[in-house]
Write a protein that binds this ligand. Structure first.
Ligand code: FES
Length: 174
């Protein structure tokens, strides 16, 4: 085990990250290029391509940005700018469970900030991060269309209204 790795969990995480990164080469670029070829004729193809790449890999691999940029005749910075603007696009694979907490106005008025703080403290992560055991990813979202039942959250794709931290954590077994 390398010196900078302190326990088995960290070591496993490191291997997982390396496995993900080693994918980011030829094979991955071929798959990204194929997605571009398939969607490039759409009007405004960048967002559909980014969605499809995320669908394929579970996140937007760093190497994909360059491939997409080349295909669409854009700069890498332009593609990165769009990918980082939208909260839905991830820079790394999500954990087993994904908690999205609404941070828009109606939910904020009903305590969403405090709810987010509680969850972040409990999971020891910040927004858009995944717990060290790769079990839970916490993401912000801005309106789930459930404003009348604020504060709202989405847990593994299902919306839940009038949530509390306990209820959220119970649903993901934490
Ligand atoms: S503001 Fe949170 S669901 Fe609409």
């Amino acid at each position: 085990m390398p010196d900078n790795v302190h326990n088995k969990q960290e070591f496993d995480n490191m291997l997982e990250r390396e496995a993900c990164m080693s994918e980011t080469t030829e094979d991955q670029n071929v798959r990204v290029a194929a997605i571009c070829d398939q969607l490039i004729t759409l009007e405004g193809p960048l967002l559909p391509i980014l969605h499809e790449v995320q669908e394929e890999f579970g996140y937007i691999p760093d190497g994909a940005l360059q491939t997409i940029a080349k295909k669409l005749n854009l700069s890498r910075a332009e593609v990165h700018g769009v990918a980082s603007f939208y909260h839905d696009f991830r820079e790394e694979k999500a954990g087993k469970h994904v908690i999205k907490i609404c941070r828009a106005e109606a939910c904020q008025a009903m305590g969403a900030d405090a709810l987010g703080d509680q969850i972040r403290r409990h999971l020891k992560v910040d927004w858009s991060q995944t717990t060290a055991d790769r079990k839970i990813t916490l993401e912000p979202v801005f309106c789930l269309g459930l404003c009348a039942c604020a504060p709202a959250a989405m847990i593994d794709g299902k919306v839940v209204g009038r949530v509390s931290a306990d209820r959220i954590l119970q649903k993901v077994g934490s």
